[in-house]
Structures are given as C-alpha cells and as structure tokens.
Design a protein around this ligand. Structure first.
Ligand SMILES: O=C(O)CCC(=O)C(=O)O
Length: 218
C-alpha cells in the first residue's frame, strides 16, 4: 500500500468538545436506552446487552471522502444480491472460514484507529441497493470479541433477534454500531430485503447504503 493511500484521510479530525457532547438525536425503534456513555456519547440498550451505537462518529465531510474512496474499490457478489469489498484475511461465505490473506488498506487502519477500534484484520464493506439486505446471523466465532460497523450514505433498519425476542434499530449514516458480549454471540443481526422501512408508522424508501465492518481475528 502506498503513501498516497495512507494520506487519504488527512483531515479526519476529532470533534470539538461542543460537537462531541451535543446530545445527538437517537432514532431507535422499540429498544430502550439503558445508558449513555458520557465519554463518547454512545448509547447502550437495556434489552440487548453488548449493543452500543455512537451517532455522528465521523463528520459529513469525512463521510463523503470515505464513500468516494470506497467507490474506487472493486465489488464482488456476496450471498443474496448485495455486493461487497473485503480486505485483510478474507472470509469465505461458502465455507464459513477464513482463507486468503490480502492487504489491509492503510486508510481503513487509520479510520479504525480514529474510531477507537482495534487494528482491523478483516474488513467487509457492504453495498446495499434498495431491496437488498443481509441474512440474520451472528458473526463467525473465528472473529474477535468486538465487531463494529460504520453506516454510510443513508439510514436502514436492522433487526436483532434472540429466540422469540425481536428488536429493530434504525442505523443512521455516520453511526457506529458495536456488538460485543450477548449482542455479539447470542443475538442475530440482519437487514430485511425490502425497498422501504417503516419508521414511526411511515413507510420510508431506502436509498443506497454502505457499511464498513471492522473485525479482528482470534
Ligand atoms: O451492514 C451492516 O451494518 C452490517 C453488516 C454485517 O452484518 C456483516 O457484514 O456481517
């Protein structure tokens, strides 16, 4: 990976204290907030231990730059109809095991560091066109304890399920979802294949959405 790639996010900057501590609108359906972590303003949920969401984890300007950078990458088909880019140690969706080792772009390492995540060893970038989703799953145990997904471009509703329990959370662009503990190992997360989500009783059309999921490997 060349230096130009490393320099791709030179302006990624920490929010000012005022921006950081501004109470951000949390658009969550059916799930009760348990705790707001004062340090980074992420919220945790009573019903789903180990799930946290940090709104506005990056600025809109950085989001734009990241999307531009993503669009330079090569997409491959994933199960279902969505497309993905994958970096680091590749996860094989068919065998459900890790395979080939590829390079991890420096901008993804830098972005993970900015988001206070461990150095990523596998990164999957998902592209969802309206109508596309991802089957409900728990992340493979070959991955480390914390799994984190950065949402980009447009909001979407994610389903979290455990036995008969079912909650929906609205993932806003620029939000960072973290799954650890029960949320990581016992609850499944998935996105239904549909063109609209129902938000506060209204049908809201989906638009193209990207997510970047950072993982470590055990
Ligand atoms: O798109 C998302 O927010 C979640 C992605 C995901 O669950 C995955 O790549 O396994």
């Amino acid at each position: 990976m060349d230096d130009a790639d490393w320099d791709f996010l030179p302006e990624l900057k920490l929010k000012t204290e005022t921006e950081k501590y501004k109470i951000q609108k949390v658009n969550i359906q059916k799930v009760n907030i348990q705790k707001v972590n004062i340090q980074d303003m992420s919220v945790e949920f009573k019903e789903i231990p180990g799930l946290s969401i940090l709104q506005d984890s990056i600025t809109e300007k950085d989001e734009e730059k990241i999307i531009k950078r993503i669009l330079q990458g090569t997409w491959v088909n994933a199960p279902g109809s969505r497309e993905v880019q994958q970096y680091g140690k590749l996860y094989d969706y068919k065998t459900r095991a890790l395979g080939e080792q590829t390079a991890m772009p420096n901008w993804l390492i830098k972005l993970a560091d900015f988001l206070d995540l461990p150095k990523p060893e596998n990164v999957i970038i998902n592209k969802y066109e309206p109508g596309e989703g991802i089957a409900s799953h728990t992340d493979n145990p070959c991955f480390g304890e914390a799994v984190a997904s950065l949402s980009l471009a447009s909001p979407i509703t994610m389903d979290l399920k455990f036995n008969a329990l079912h909650h929906q959370i609205r993932l806003e662009p620029r939000s960072l979802l973290k799954l650890t503990g029960e949320a990581r190992h016992r609850w499944t997360h998935g996105i239904a294949n549909r063109k609209n989500d129902v938000v506060n009783g209204d049908s809201v059309p989906r638009q193209t959405r990207y997510s970047i999921t950072f993982r470590t490997i055990l």
